[in-house]
Write a protein that binds this ligand. Structure first.
Ligand code: ADP
Ligand code: ASP
Ligand code: MG
Length: 447
């Protein structure tokens, strides 16, 4: 059972989580929690402030968030646990203060310090949640996720080493759950082989849940959030977005990858590998069924299930006469992206040119310099990817016509369809994406 930041935003939320877990004791749950809402952002901001030379200001910017933890502790912990948590919080403050100073002085590689700092969000929330559960009489035990999940040392986006992790998770947790104990751990955080704290990338608590669930061959992985399941579209764009009952792994993966923030893109993989169903539920409305993500959705073939989108997209167009009738060009092109570890999202090619989109532009200037050896390169910023998802879309006659006639007055910069049977993806200017999604959602989902 994984609880996201909004599910642990304040004392009533912590209280609800404890009740939700208590209601599922017969399933022998393992609990994974994110940092309290907004805490990860605050820690990252503090890191940046310290890096720019003001560790003192960085530290004081966290004061409100320490206070929020203290308030939950005051409201829900019994006296003994409350005292212990206060000591834990005081220690965390001391350590964070010293880490921020080290960032200011650059006394260790900053990426390493950044993960050490940002990990405090989950360390503090998971300890607090375990204590809240104990205070309510549950047999909870806090487990430091950094002892269980082993990763490489790519700070900020570390990759779990599956076999080692599986072995440790099984050794640490199997007996515990069998004897009715509830292990409670932080998501998102892990450690490298040498024991340095690492993190799995933003939104990575879902991934932690999937890794632990897969390692234990869990019956189900539950993702508890602030909306009832995966919806037909981002509810911040369309208020009438509705819950999808069942999604296939493929559909869920496409949606997550193309911006449906409700599931982390990588969550699905460990679940797929082990055939474990994933359920997305609402911690504010625990009685609602939410969405089941299964190997096959089976339901409503040839129908659109959901529309996802991702903004902040850059288009690269590379054209070269050399491409005409020659081989090896694509390989040379992809090697450039591989060298700079830059992921391509959408790609489309013609006789003498290739257009592709990027989300991550950290190495863009160097990528462009290298690509210029292959041909002329154009870079355009400010785009958004729209991804329409549904099992069987590729084989649905008339679907593309319906989509593009609905938005016929919008300029479409790039289209990709047919690579997967479950999605139709295209790119529009960022400023028109809300309108595009509203119109498509209205066309496909309003009765
Ligand atoms: P958590 O803190 O629980 O991990 P997130 O903020 O990561 O929650 O994800 C939940 C949010 O994802 C929702 O509040 C919603 O605004 C957003 N979201 C975007 N697209 C979708 C979608 N298709 N279905 C459900 N939620 C979506
Ligand atoms: N707390 C981390 C984040 O905000 C991980 C997560 O919530 O999934 O990105
Ligand atoms: Mg999330």
């Amino acid at each position: 059972m994984k609880f996201g930041g909004t599910s642990v935003k304040d004392a009533p939320a912590f209280d609800r989580v404890a009740s939700i877990v208590a209601g599922q004791m017969e399933k022998a749950p393992v609990v994974i929690t994110s940092a309290m809402a907004r805490v990860t952002d605050a820690l990252l901001d503090a890191f940046e402030t310290a890096k720019s030379g003001d560790a003192a200001q960085a530290f004081s910017s966290l004061e409100d968030h320490f206070e929020r933890h203290q308030e939950v502790s005051d409201a829900l912990l019994d006296e003994r646990l409350g005292k212990a948590y206060e000591a834990e919080l005081a220690l965390a403050k001391e350590e964070l203060s010293s880490l921020l100073m080290r960032v200011e002085r650059r006394s260790l590689p900053v990426q390493m310090l950044k993960d050490a700092i940002v990990a405090y969000g989950e360390q503090l929330s998971s300890r607090l949640l375990a204590d809240v559960m104990k205070s309510k009489g549950l047999n909870a035990r806090h487990v430091d996720a950094r002892r269980l999940i082993v990763t490489d040392d790519e700070y900020g986006a570390a990759k779990p080493l599956q076999d080692e992790t599986r072995e440790i998770v099984q050794a640490e947790l199997t007996d515990s759950v069998r004897t009715g104990e509830i292990p409670v751990m932080g998501g998102f955080i892990a450690a490298s082989r040498s024991g340095e704290t690492t993190t799995l990338g933003r939104g990575g608590s879902d991934f932690s849940a999937a890794i632990v669930g897969a390692s234990l061959d869990a019956g189900e992985i539950q993702i508890w959030t602030d909306v009832t399941g995966v919806l037909t579209c981002d509810p911040r764009i369309c208020e009438d977005a509705s819950t999808i009952d069942v999604l296939s792994y493929n559909e869920a993966a496409e949606l997550a990858y193309f911006g449906a923030k409700v599931l982390h893109p990588k969550t699905i993989q460990p679940a797929v590998d082990h055939g474990i169903p994933v359920r997305v539920c609402n911690s504010q409305r625990p009685d609602e069924k939410g969405t089941m993500v299964l190997a096959e959705s089976g339901l409503s073939p040839n129908r659109i299930k959901s529309i996802a989108h991702k903004t902040g997209i850059t288009i690269l167009r590379i054209s070269s006469a050399r491409m005409l009738g020659s081989y090896g060009f694509m390989s040379a092109l992809f090697q450039v992206f591989e060298r700079f570890r830059t992921v391509i999202d959408v790609i489309s090619t013609s006789e003498v040119s290739v257009a592709l989109t990027l989300d991550d532009t950290e190495y863009l200037p160097r990528v462009v310099t290298e690509l210029e050896r292959l041909g002329d390169v154009e870079v355009e910023h400010g785009y958004a990817v729209v991804c329409i998802v549904g099992e069987g879309l590729r084989a649905s006659p008339g679907l593309a016509a319906k989509v593009f006639s609905t938005i016929s007055d919008t300029n479409v910069a790039l289209i990709s369809h047919g690579a997967s049977s479950v999605n139709l993806t295209f790119v529009v200017k960022e400023e028109s994406v809300r309108d595009v999604i509203k119109r498509l959602h209205g066309c496909f989902f309003s009765s």
